[in-house]
Design a protein around this ligand. Structure first.
Ligand SMILES: Cc1ncc(COP(=O)(O)O)c(C=O)c1O
Length: 419
């Protein structure tokens, strides 16, 4: 089914409805959860995340045994989620010093961290080297200058070189990173020069190559197209093929399944890469996005040519709509399916603060709980204090129990940095 009747298909696996219609995520009724934690609240279905992490690991290993799944922390950079990944055997991609800090707090072995960034500062490189981060992905020549100074004599830092594969993808322009005009990585010619410098350095070890085509990519061939340009740069022990597998946010999205994506990617690897190489992949969005929902309280219903249903959150906790125009669906928590089209808006001072335009809701009323599915990726990441919004809590829901892993920001914390 490809319409609102399929709304539950956008929710985390295991989502159910009680006899009175109330949704249960991870076995927990959303009204109980909202009563305990307030709203808005980000609810993560813990078992669904763990299962997805395991599926990634097992399905990649089945196709390429010497392989590793590296969770892109940026998709949900809180220690509790990073810890779930670590306990499921994933490595962590960390973009910048802050994600190193949370990854280490999550108990990650520093040797399993992969540091990214197109603008790493000396401070961040020092933190990475001091912490024993296993892999630094070199994005530019300045990274090499800094590493050569920061890595102490007698130590050797493992490096990958990020290569622009020259792949156009059909995702949102802001999410595309593989085209020749990208700010991330080096063209193949510039990469050759960086490789030579790393190979000549006594403090750096040239482990291999990295690429990342972009995010929310719904065409597996676009992801696999990056493999041949890497292979053209030569044989290395490691190839990190990035993340980017897209998710189903709305009824018309048809992402490849995990198996279909890996079939296409690994068949390109078999064709182009040395058989003895180790392959890393770096999924973020497709591990967490479908496995969490955001629960809001309806604060106002304003009838008119467009009926606006306003909630107590918005672009302070979900920037994906305003940033790239990502479509989200929505439902009243205990009245799923059916209803009349309305526009769900947030509480922020922008007309662009829309959570879901033209979405059918059944008889929305002030005080109702409204649920937006597929909010597990990049929503926590980009949460902010716009209009004095307090950043929202994160709850893990599992087998009928809830665990608060990030509390709601307090009013006084909004003053805590003011001198
Ligand atoms: C270098 C790198 N690796 C992995 C990812 C994860 O991408 P996604 O969340 O789309 O899987 C990103 C984010 O775009 C990234 O920049």
């Amino acid at each position: 089914m490809t319409g609102p009747d399929d709304l539950l298909g956008l929710f985390p696996p295991g989502t159910a409805q009680d006899g009175d219609g109330m949704l249960r995520i991870g076995g927990c009724r959303l009204d109980d959860l909202a009563a305990a934690q307030g709203t808005p609240v980000l609810v993560v279905a813990e078992q669904a995340v763990r299962q997805r992490a395991r599926d990634y690991r097992e399905q990649l290993a089945a196709r390429w045994p010497d392989s590793q799944v590296v969770f892109a922390s940026k998709a949900f950079p809180c220690t509790a989620v990073q810890r779930l990944m670590v306990t499921e055997g994933l490595w962590l991609d960390v973009a910048g010093g802050g994600e190193i800090v949370t990854a280490l707090a999550a108990g990650a072995d520093p040797a399993t961290l992969v540091l990214h960034g197109n603008a790493k500062t000396t401070e961040e490189i020092e933190l990475a080297v001091r912490s024993g981060v296993g892999t630094v992905v070199v994005d530019n020549e300045d990274d090499i200058d800094r590493l050569d100074v920061v890595v102490p004599a007698g130590r050797v830092q493992g490096c990958l070189v990020r290569v622009i594969p020259g792949v156009q993808s059909s995702t949102y322009p802001a999410y595309a990173t593989g085209h020749s005009g990208s700010k991330f990585g080096l063209s193949p010619a510039a990469a050759r020069q960086a490789i030579s410098r790393i190979e000549a350095s006594a403090r750096l070890r040239m482990d291999g190559l990295h690429t990342h085509v972009g995010s929310q990519i719904l065409v597996a061939d676009e992801l696999a197209a990056a493999v041949a340009p890497l292979a053209a740069l030569g044989d290395y022990p490691v190839y990190d093929l990035g993340g980017g597998l897209g998710c189903r946010y709305t009824y018309t999205d048809q992402p490849p399944s995990l198996g279909e994506y890996l079939d296409v990617l690994i068949s390109a690897a078999r064709e182009h890469l040395p058989p003895g190489a180790r392959i890393l992949i770096e999924p973020g969005r497709s591990v967490v996005a479908p496995n969490a929902v955001t629960v809001y309280r309806v604060t106002t219903v304003k009838p008119g040519a467009t009926t606006f249903v306003a909630v107590d959150g918005g672009m302070g906790d979900n920037l994906e709509v305003a940033l790239v125009g990502q479509r989200f669906e929505a439902t009243i928590a205990d009245r799923v399916g059916g209803g009349q089209p309305v526009t769900v808006v947030g509480r922020h001072c922008e007309s662009g603060d829309v959570l879901s335009a033209n979405v059918p809701l059944r008889d929305p009323k002030v005080g109702d709980l409204l649920v937006v599915p597929v909010t597990g990726a990049y929503c926590y990441t980009m949460s902010n204090n716009y209009n004095g919004a307090r950043r929202i809590p994160v709850v893990l829901a599992d087998d009928g129990d809830t665990k608060l892993v990030v509390r709601r920001e307090r009013w006084d914390e909004l003053l805590s940095r003011d001198l």
